[in-house]
Design a protein around this ligand. Structure first.
Ligand code: NAD
Length: 248
Protein backbone atom coordinates (compact mmCIF):
# COMPACT_ATOMS: atom_id res chain seq x y z
CA UNK A 1 0.00 0.00 0.00
CA UNK A 2 1.31 3.48 -0.87
CA UNK A 3 2.12 5.75 2.07
CA UNK A 4 -0.70 8.25 1.30
CA UNK A 5 -3.15 5.35 1.29
CA UNK A 6 -1.82 4.12 4.61
CA UNK A 7 -2.18 7.60 6.13
CA UNK A 8 -5.74 7.78 4.80
CA UNK A 9 -6.46 4.39 6.36
CA UNK A 10 -5.20 5.67 9.73
CA UNK A 11 -7.53 8.66 9.42
CA UNK A 12 -10.50 6.48 8.45
CA UNK A 13 -9.91 4.08 11.32
CA UNK A 14 -9.71 6.98 13.79
CA UNK A 15 -12.90 8.58 12.50
CA UNK A 16 -14.80 5.30 12.59
CA UNK A 17 -13.62 4.01 15.95
CA UNK A 18 -15.77 4.21 19.07
CA UNK A 19 -12.98 3.96 21.65
CA UNK A 20 -9.47 4.67 20.40
CA UNK A 21 -6.34 4.62 22.50
CA UNK A 22 -2.69 5.28 21.83
CA UNK A 23 0.25 3.48 23.37
CA UNK A 24 3.34 5.70 23.23
CA UNK A 25 7.00 5.01 23.87
CA UNK A 26 10.25 6.91 23.95
CA UNK A 27 10.25 7.29 20.13
CA UNK A 28 7.48 9.90 20.26
CA UNK A 29 9.77 12.21 22.25
CA UNK A 30 13.05 11.89 20.31
CA UNK A 31 11.97 14.82 18.11
CA UNK A 32 11.68 16.85 21.33
CA UNK A 33 15.37 16.17 21.93
CA UNK A 34 14.96 13.31 24.41
CA UNK A 35 16.90 10.23 23.32
CA UNK A 36 15.18 6.84 23.48
CA UNK A 37 16.91 3.85 25.04
CA UNK A 38 17.84 1.69 22.11
CA UNK A 39 18.19 3.65 18.85
CA UNK A 40 21.68 2.99 17.46
CA UNK A 41 24.05 5.94 17.91
CA UNK A 42 21.77 8.06 20.11
CA UNK A 43 20.08 5.69 22.60
CA UNK A 44 20.74 6.29 26.31
CA UNK A 45 21.88 2.69 26.73
CA UNK A 46 25.00 3.43 24.68
CA UNK A 47 26.04 5.89 27.39
CA UNK A 48 25.21 4.02 30.59
CA UNK A 49 24.61 0.48 31.82
CA UNK A 50 20.96 0.67 32.90
CA UNK A 51 21.39 -1.93 35.63
CA UNK A 52 24.20 0.12 37.20
CA UNK A 53 22.15 3.29 37.54
CA UNK A 54 18.47 2.80 36.64
CA UNK A 55 17.58 -0.37 38.56
CA UNK A 56 15.89 -0.55 41.95
CA UNK A 57 18.78 -2.76 43.15
CA UNK A 58 21.32 -0.08 42.12
CA UNK A 59 19.21 2.62 43.79
CA UNK A 60 19.10 0.70 47.07
CA UNK A 61 22.81 -0.10 46.93
CA UNK A 62 24.01 3.31 45.82
CA UNK A 63 21.35 6.06 45.76
CA UNK A 64 24.13 8.66 45.54
CA UNK A 65 25.11 7.36 42.08
CA UNK A 66 21.50 7.53 40.91
CA UNK A 67 21.28 11.17 41.99
CA UNK A 68 24.73 12.17 40.71
CA UNK A 69 24.62 10.35 37.35
CA UNK A 70 21.10 9.09 36.62
CA UNK A 71 19.06 12.12 37.57
CA UNK A 72 21.60 14.33 35.80
CA UNK A 73 21.00 12.34 32.59
CA UNK A 74 17.28 12.96 32.96
CA UNK A 75 17.59 16.64 33.92
CA UNK A 76 16.98 17.99 30.40
CA UNK A 77 13.62 16.14 30.25
CA UNK A 78 11.90 18.93 32.18
CA UNK A 79 13.02 21.60 29.68
CA UNK A 80 11.77 19.62 26.63
CA UNK A 81 8.77 20.85 24.68
CA UNK A 82 6.03 18.76 23.06
CA UNK A 83 6.48 18.12 19.35
CA UNK A 84 3.95 17.80 16.55
CA UNK A 85 3.05 14.19 17.51
CA UNK A 86 2.22 15.10 21.13
CA UNK A 87 0.18 18.06 19.84
CA UNK A 88 -1.66 15.87 17.31
CA UNK A 89 -2.74 13.48 20.07
CA UNK A 90 -3.95 16.35 22.26
CA UNK A 91 -6.01 17.70 19.33
CA UNK A 92 -7.46 14.27 18.57
CA UNK A 93 -8.60 14.02 22.19
CA UNK A 94 -10.10 17.51 22.05
CA UNK A 95 -12.06 16.49 18.94
CA UNK A 96 -13.26 13.29 20.68
CA UNK A 97 -11.37 11.09 18.22
CA UNK A 98 -9.05 9.73 20.90
CA UNK A 99 -10.09 8.48 24.33
CA UNK A 100 -6.87 7.64 26.14
CA UNK A 101 -3.08 7.73 26.00
CA UNK A 102 -1.13 4.98 27.72
CA UNK A 103 2.50 5.98 27.88
CA UNK A 104 5.77 4.41 28.92
CA UNK A 105 7.35 7.85 28.98
CA UNK A 106 8.29 9.76 32.07
CA UNK A 107 8.78 13.13 30.37
CA UNK A 108 5.27 14.55 30.93
CA UNK A 109 5.13 15.84 27.33
CA UNK A 110 1.60 14.56 26.66
CA UNK A 111 0.28 16.63 29.55
CA UNK A 112 2.36 19.63 28.44
CA UNK A 113 0.74 19.29 24.99
CA UNK A 114 -2.70 19.44 26.61
CA UNK A 115 -3.74 15.78 26.74
CA UNK A 116 -6.04 15.10 29.71
CA UNK A 117 -6.48 11.33 29.76
CA UNK A 118 -2.99 9.92 30.21
CA UNK A 119 -1.94 6.78 32.06
CA UNK A 120 1.75 6.87 32.95
CA UNK A 121 2.93 3.29 33.38
CA UNK A 122 6.56 4.09 34.19
CA UNK A 123 6.00 6.99 36.56
CA UNK A 124 7.00 10.60 36.21
CA UNK A 125 9.56 13.23 37.12
CA UNK A 126 7.11 15.56 38.85
CA UNK A 127 7.32 14.03 42.33
CA UNK A 128 9.21 11.69 44.60
CA UNK A 129 8.28 9.57 47.60
CA UNK A 130 10.03 8.91 50.92
CA UNK A 131 10.87 5.20 51.03
CA UNK A 132 10.47 5.32 54.83
CA UNK A 133 7.07 6.91 55.42
CA UNK A 134 5.59 7.45 51.94
CA UNK A 135 5.56 11.25 52.21
CA UNK A 136 5.40 12.98 48.82
CA UNK A 137 7.89 15.63 47.67
CA UNK A 138 7.74 17.79 44.55
CA UNK A 139 10.66 17.52 42.15
CA UNK A 140 11.46 21.20 42.85
CA UNK A 141 11.90 20.33 46.54
CA UNK A 142 14.03 17.30 45.69
CA UNK A 143 16.28 19.36 43.41
CA UNK A 144 16.60 21.99 46.15
CA UNK A 145 17.44 19.33 48.75
CA UNK A 146 20.19 17.70 46.68
CA UNK A 147 22.12 20.96 46.68
CA UNK A 148 22.79 20.20 50.38
CA UNK A 149 22.52 16.42 50.77
CA UNK A 150 22.71 13.42 48.42
CA UNK A 151 20.62 11.35 48.62
CA UNK A 152 17.87 13.71 49.75
CA UNK A 153 16.27 12.67 53.05
CA UNK A 154 12.72 13.02 54.34
CA UNK A 155 12.45 15.80 56.94
CA UNK A 156 9.83 13.76 58.84
CA UNK A 157 11.44 10.32 59.18
CA UNK A 158 14.93 10.61 57.65
CA UNK A 159 14.11 8.06 54.92
CA UNK A 160 15.62 8.30 51.43
CA UNK A 161 13.46 10.11 48.87
CA UNK A 162 13.13 8.35 45.49
CA UNK A 163 11.71 10.07 42.40
CA UNK A 164 8.43 8.45 41.27
CA UNK A 165 10.12 6.62 38.40
CA UNK A 166 9.69 2.94 37.76
CA UNK A 167 13.23 1.56 37.77
CA UNK A 168 14.23 -1.84 36.40
CA UNK A 169 13.13 -4.36 38.99
CA UNK A 170 10.28 -2.16 40.32
CA UNK A 171 6.70 -3.33 39.99
CA UNK A 172 4.52 -1.28 37.66
CA UNK A 173 1.93 0.82 39.53
CA UNK A 174 -0.92 -1.68 40.00
CA UNK A 175 -3.81 0.76 39.61
CA UNK A 176 -2.41 2.27 36.39
CA UNK A 177 -1.58 -1.09 34.86
CA UNK A 178 -5.06 -2.47 35.64
CA UNK A 179 -6.68 0.61 34.11
CA UNK A 180 -4.48 0.22 31.03
CA UNK A 181 -5.43 -3.45 30.66
CA UNK A 182 -9.14 -2.68 31.02
CA UNK A 183 -8.86 0.05 28.39
CA UNK A 184 -7.05 -2.33 26.03
CA UNK A 185 -9.89 -4.84 26.36
CA UNK A 186 -12.45 -2.12 25.81
CA UNK A 187 -10.91 -0.28 22.85
CA UNK A 188 -11.74 -0.97 19.22
CA UNK A 189 -8.61 0.80 17.95
CA UNK A 190 -5.07 0.92 19.29
CA UNK A 191 -2.33 3.07 17.81
CA UNK A 192 1.24 2.35 18.84
CA UNK A 193 3.57 5.32 18.39
CA UNK A 194 7.33 5.20 18.96
CA UNK A 195 7.72 2.01 20.93
CA UNK A 196 9.94 -0.96 20.27
CA UNK A 197 7.26 -3.05 22.07
CA UNK A 198 9.90 -5.13 23.76
CA UNK A 199 9.71 -3.81 27.33
CA UNK A 200 7.61 -6.10 29.55
CA UNK A 201 4.85 -6.06 30.62
CA UNK A 202 3.75 -3.26 28.27
CA UNK A 203 4.71 -5.51 25.33
CA UNK A 204 1.59 -7.56 26.15
CA UNK A 205 -0.90 -4.68 25.82
CA UNK A 206 -1.26 -4.81 22.02
CA UNK A 207 -2.02 -8.54 22.28
CA UNK A 208 -4.70 -7.77 24.88
CA UNK A 209 -6.27 -5.18 22.58
CA UNK A 210 -6.20 -7.48 19.54
CA UNK A 211 -7.64 -10.39 21.54
CA UNK A 212 -10.54 -8.10 22.50
CA UNK A 213 -11.23 -7.40 18.82
CA UNK A 214 -9.40 -4.07 18.42
CA UNK A 215 -7.68 -3.01 15.23
CA UNK A 216 -4.00 -2.15 15.53
CA UNK A 217 -2.01 0.64 13.88
CA UNK A 218 1.77 0.81 14.32
CA UNK A 219 3.68 4.02 13.61
CA UNK A 220 7.37 3.53 14.33
CA UNK A 221 10.79 4.00 12.75
CA UNK A 222 11.51 0.27 12.78
CA UNK A 223 9.62 -2.96 12.63
CA UNK A 224 8.03 -4.53 15.73
CA UNK A 225 6.92 -8.04 16.59
CA UNK A 226 3.28 -6.94 16.21
CA UNK A 227 3.52 -5.73 12.61
CA UNK A 228 1.86 -8.84 11.18
CA UNK A 229 -1.18 -8.36 13.39
CA UNK A 230 -1.58 -4.70 12.48
CA UNK A 231 -4.15 -3.27 10.10
CA UNK A 232 -1.69 -0.52 9.13
CA UNK A 233 2.07 -0.23 9.70
CA UNK A 234 3.98 2.93 8.79
CA UNK A 235 7.74 2.84 9.32
CA UNK A 236 9.19 6.34 9.34
CA UNK A 237 9.70 9.55 11.27
CA UNK A 238 6.79 10.17 13.63
CA UNK A 239 6.94 13.93 13.10
CA UNK A 240 6.57 13.45 9.34
CA UNK A 241 3.77 10.93 9.80
CA UNK A 242 1.94 13.19 12.28
CA UNK A 243 2.29 16.14 9.95
CA UNK A 244 0.56 14.22 7.18
CA UNK A 245 -2.38 13.12 9.36
CA UNK A 246 -4.72 15.87 8.26
CA UNK A 247 -7.82 15.16 10.27
CA UNK A 248 -8.52 18.28 12.31
P1 NAD B 1 12.52 2.08 23.07
O1 NAD B 1 13.73 2.94 23.19
O2 NAD B 1 12.64 0.64 23.38
O3 NAD B 1 11.90 2.19 21.57
C1 NAD B 1 11.70 3.40 20.93
C2 NAD B 1 11.21 3.10 19.51
O4 NAD B 1 10.92 4.34 18.89
C3 NAD B 1 12.26 2.39 18.64
O5 NAD B 1 11.65 1.29 17.99
C4 NAD B 1 12.71 3.47 17.65
O6 NAD B 1 12.99 2.94 16.37
C5 NAD B 1 11.49 4.35 17.57
N1 NAD B 1 11.78 5.75 17.29
C6 NAD B 1 12.74 6.55 17.84
N2 NAD B 1 12.64 7.80 17.36
C7 NAD B 1 11.62 7.79 16.45
C8 NAD B 1 11.05 8.79 15.60
N3 NAD B 1 11.48 10.05 15.61
N4 NAD B 1 10.03 8.43 14.78
C9 NAD B 1 9.56 7.16 14.77
N5 NAD B 1 10.06 6.18 15.57
C10 NAD B 1 11.08 6.50 16.40
O7 NAD B 1 11.42 2.77 23.95
P2 NAD B 1 10.10 2.22 24.61
O8 NAD B 1 9.45 1.23 23.72
O9 NAD B 1 9.35 3.40 25.07
O10 NAD B 1 10.54 1.42 25.91
C11 NAD B 1 11.66 1.65 26.67
C12 NAD B 1 11.61 2.47 27.91
O11 NAD B 1 12.04 3.75 27.58
C13 NAD B 1 10.37 2.74 28.65
O12 NAD B 1 10.53 2.12 29.88
C14 NAD B 1 10.37 4.27 28.90
O13 NAD B 1 10.02 4.53 30.24
C15 NAD B 1 11.77 4.62 28.67
N6 NAD B 1 12.21 5.94 28.20
C16 NAD B 1 11.40 7.02 28.21
C17 NAD B 1 11.85 8.21 27.71
C18 NAD B 1 10.92 9.39 27.77
O14 NAD B 1 10.21 9.56 28.76
N7 NAD B 1 10.90 10.21 26.73
C19 NAD B 1 13.12 8.31 27.13
C20 NAD B 1 13.95 7.17 27.13
C21 NAD B 1 13.47 5.98 27.65
Amino acid sequence: MKSEKRIQKVVDLLINSKYALVLTGAGISTDSGIPDFRSPGSGLWEKVDPMEVFSSFAFQRNPRRFYEEGLKMLSHFSAAKPNISHLLLAKLEEKSLLNLIITQNIDGLHQKAGSQNVIELHGNLREGTCLGCGRKYSMETILEKIKDEIPPLCHMCGGIIKPDLILFGDMLPEREYNLAQEACLRCDLMLVMGSSLIVAPVDRLPATAVSGGAKLIILNAERTIYDRQAEVVINGSLSQISESIDIL
